[in-house]
Write a protein that binds this ligand. Sequence first.
Ligand code: DGP
Length: 109
Amino acid sequence: MSECIFCKIAAHQIPVKAVYEDEHSIAFADVNPQSPTHLLLIPKQHIANVNAGSAEMLGHLLKKAANLAERELPDGFRLVINTGGDGGQTVHHLHLHILGGRPMTWPPG
Ligand code: DGP
């Protein structure tokens, strides 16, 4: 996916300061943070959205996000996967938002 911004980040064609990286995934700060800490965890493989991911891959990604969030945000956090138009997805490469550093409100906007 040569035009996908997150594929370019995963391939280090666009530099980001990774807060976590392994063979299959990378986490970095969101360019438009919605909370004091706002990270994105993405698979390196291009997967358009949560419906397109395998159960195994999604399970690994969720566990990584939780571990990273526990490390970075010991007072609590919120994991978000925006999907489709009504879900507010703007980048069509699967990503988990890891939000924290302030109390989160409910319902979300
Ligand atoms: P979503 O609305 O769920 O598709 O969120 C996409 C997020 O990706 C949005 O919060 C802004 C972030 N984002 C988009 N382009 C870039 C980028 O080039 N670098 C970084 N760090 N974040 C980006």
